[in-house]
Design a protein around this ligand. Structure first.
Ligand SMILES: Nc1ncnc2c1ncn2[C@@H]1O[C@H](COP(=O)(O)OP(=O)(O)OP(=O)(O)O)[C@@H](O)[C@H]1O
Ligand SMILES: [Mg+2]
Length: 457
């Protein structure tokens, strides 16, 4: 591998040796730099980013092993070949531990040196290739279960790739069942934290004090029953990612503490004085209207801006219905395999219904429905789950659920009542007393109808 761009840095306090090696290696097509002491070597590493350092273990101003450690701290990608005098076996072992790739004993043969260098560089190229291959494979695996090729989904995939390997805090928004958790996991596994923990905490399921101790841990005696100290999820997530689901439900006092962690990257356990430092990437999700939360005082505005370095907005399924084909196909395969069935497609009538339905439960609802079809081995279940009016227009007669006449008139009355109440309320500017008078019903019965029909201002 004699790529002209490959740069080698020679570090040795013997100018004559440097001169000879520069000659020989330049002839081989390498770009050769040199340094006669440790300080210059470090500068060269910083400024020139060499691919390989060839250095003497014995330097006048700095121990070669220490120098190697410093160089590796600047960049782990730099390969290192050590030159050592005969009888320095101990140092060589130390150097290998410190990350040296190979070593050569002085005096050496130039050809032997050339071979060693090219071997080390080859190994390095292979390692780089492997790494990028692994990364690609991994990302493909992540996307294998993230289905969709509509524009909104492609944009989200692009965004995930752009933000995954950064430290940005991410706010994932979208209705229930749109894939917020799936996206969050994809971000983690495409980030350089992928081999570290991914910790999920649902802020909606725990009462305030429990949530606090769950997140931040506690010291012994912090409260009755705290018999031994317990680290919180933030500590478990160290070097990894913490996923705070349903952040909109987090009580304000905890929001303040979270803001502090975001800003200072440290906190203290409940009942503790010592501060705990953590390196955690934070991703939060919500299906709540956080702006409304800010207006009504249930969500801190400063936290909102701090969390919202990047927002990924997942569209409801009804806004990317073209993905339904791919999703149905994917879920059919997934659950057929899981339940040992062989259902590979659904009928055109059912697909028609799917395309006409609004999917309030989004992709989760579609997934559950396909699962039911597979488990029950019949599409009939669709008619019991999806509302009549969606099904009706799109179905052949034999499958139509017949609605009893009584039910028909009840539904018609409801519809008419709702429309009338709405229009009268609009006329009276939502003055309910006046509206009740106009409609000639009691105030109470008007209120109960407003509630029953879920009429909102
Ligand atoms: N694009 C997609 N491709 C394949 N499966 C998906 C996709 N989006 C969501 N799903 C599946 O739908 C289900 C719901 O997704 P997820 O749990 O990520 O939604 P959510 O937005 O977190 O919902 P909630 O707000 O209710 O917690 C999961 O089983 C998930 O695997
Ligand atoms: Mg979720």
């Amino acid at each position: 591998m004699k790529d002209k761009k490959v740069t080698i840095l020679l570090v040795d306090d013997d100018p004559e040796l440097i001169w000879i090696l520069t000659e020989a290696l330049t002839k081989e097509g390498y770009r050769v730099l040199s340094a006669e002491d440790g300080k210059t070597a470090i500068q060269q590493v910083r400024n020139e980013a060499p691919d390989l350092v060839l250095m003497d273990i014995n330097m006048p101003d700095i121990n070669g092993i220490e120098l190697l450690g410093r160089i590796k701290a600047i960049s782990r990608r730099i390969s290192a070949v050590m030159l050592s005098a005969y009888g320095e076996a101990k140092n060589v072992v130390k150097a290998m531990h410190a990350g040296a790739d190979d070593f050569i004993t002085k005096p050496f043969d130039i050809d032997e040196l050339k071979i060693t260098i090219s071997k080390v560089l080859e190994r390095k190229a292979l390692a780089c290739e492997n790494e990028s291959l692994k990364k690609k494979l991994k990302s493909r695996a992540e996307y294998e279960n993230f289905i969709g090729d509509s524009n909104p989904i492609l944009n989200i995939k692009k965004m995930i790739e752009q933000v995954a390997d950064t430290e940005l805090t991410i706010l994932v928004r979208g209705e229930s069942g749109t894939g917020k958790e799936l996206v969050t996991r994809a971000i983690h596994s495409l980030s350089n934290r992928r081999d570290k923990p991914f910790i999920k905490v649902n802020c909606a399921t725990l009462p305030e004090t429990l949530l606090e101790s769950e997140l931040f841990g506690y010291e012994r005696g912090a409260f009755t029953g705290a018999q031994r100290p317990k680290p919180g999820r933030f500590e478990f997530a160290n070097e990894g990612t913490i996923f705070l689901d349903e952040i909109g439900e987090m009580p304000p006092s905890l929001q303040a503490k979270l803001l502090q962690v975001l800003e200072e990257k440290e906190f203290s356990r409940l009942g503790g004085k010592k501060s705990v430092k953590v390196d955690v990437r934070i991703i939060v999700a919500t299906n709540r209207d956080l702006e409304e939360g800010i207006r009504n005082g249930s969500f801190r505005e400063d936290l909102f801006y701090r969390l919202n370095e990047v927002t990924i907005f997942l569209p409801p399924l009804r806004e990317h219905k073209e993905d339904i084909y791919l999703l149905v196909d994917y879920f059919l395969k997934k659950y057929s395999a899981m339940y040992g069935k062989e259902i590979t497609s659904i009928s055109p009538q059912i697909m028609n219904i799917f395309m006409n339905y609004d999917w309030p439960g989004n992709i989760r609802e579609l997934e559950n429905l396909i699962k039911k079809i597979i488990v029950l081995g019949s599409e009939e279940v669709v008619y019991t789950v999806i509302p009549h009016d969606v099904v009706e227009g799109k179905m052949v007669y034999k499958n139509t659920k017949i609605i009893p006449l009584k039910e028909v008139s009840r539904l018609a009355i409801q519809k008419a009542e709702k429309a009338t109440i709405k229009s009268v309320l609009a006329k009276t500017n939502w003055n309910r007393i006046q509206a009740a008078k106009l409609l000639q019903v009691s105030y109470r019965s008007l209120l109960s109808k407003i509630k029953e029909y879920q009429i909102r201002e």
